[in-house]
Design a protein around this ligand. Structure first.
Ligand code: ATP
Ligand code: MG
Length: 224
């Protein structure tokens, strides 16, 4: 895991980024340019197969651009669609422990666990076995794992796709609270194909036919 200065603001910059999977002639992402250098709740919307997950893989460096370049100083955390593919341990505390800085004292560790569970609205869940959590609670635990691992930029790939509406709204509200926190606001990029989620965002862009539109306020966002 890369260390980063506590007070340095995370940013990501795409400059003329194009990408196609091996064997594919057509670019899935074409000359993509954008910069995010401010905390907040950013959303990218796009239809199935438009390349949303590929965009996230480019951001977190799992794949590299064919052309153009990407710059970032962020310490990136991921939240996937299915938390069962991500959570490894049998209870909340042990799951958080595998993501924490091991040099902390026992007292500091306990304090941090309490703090991040509180931040995602799961106060008192420390000893809860994972199999007793709802889908939405599991998603909020994966967000807590990113927070306890000092991630300052969280990428969420359709995190509510498997949730009912009540859980969906709780996860949306959790990210909304974290990204608008007065003391240490988070940077989050949320991928969705559910247009009703866009109202939670500070800025929205659409990925379509390989192009990412400019960022717009959700109230002014028009999709084609
Ligand atoms: N590893 C890969 N090798 C080849 N093609 C791939 C690979 N991963 C994805 N693709 C193709 O790239 C296109 C975009 O996939 P991607 O998963 O980025 O879309 P998406 O917008 O996230 O879709 P969804 O809404 O279904 O999650 C699809 O046509 C997919 O089949
Ligand atoms: Mg996807």
């Amino acid at each position: 895991m890369r260390d980063y200065p506590e007070n340095e603001l995370p940013y990501i910059k795409f400059k003329d980024v194009s990408f196609s999977y091996p064997g594919e002639r057509e670019n899935l992402i074409f000359k993509c340019n954008f910069t995010i250098k401010k905390h907040g709740f950013w959303m990218v919307v796009g239809k199935n197969g438009s390349g949303k997950s590929t965009l996230l893989k480019l951001i977190n460096g799992i794949i590299n651009p064919k052309n153009g370049f990407i710059q970032s100083n962020a310490n990136i955390g991921m939240v996937f669609q299915n938390p069962d593919h991500q959570i490894l341990m049998p209870n909340c505390r042990s799951e958080l422990l595998i993501n924490i800085n091991k040099n902390l004292s026992q007292k500091e560790i306990n304090k941090k666990i309490e703090y991040v569970l509180d931040q995602v609205g799961m106060t008192g869940f420390e000893k809860r076995p994972i199999h007793t959590l709802s889908g939405g609670q599991k998603q909020r635990l994966t967000i807590a794992s990113a927070l306890i691992g000092n991630k300052n930029f969280i990428l969420l790939d359709e995190p509510t796709a498997l949730l009912d509406q009540t859980s969906q709204l709780k996860v949306l509200q959790t990210i909304k609270n974290l990204t608008s926190d007065h003391k240490k606001p988070l940077l989050a990029l949320w991928i969705t194909h559910r247009y009703e989620e866009l109202t939670y965002a500070d800025a929205v862009a659409e990925l379509k036919n390989g192009f990412l539109s400019s960022w717009q306020e959700p109230s002014k966002f028009q999709y084609n």
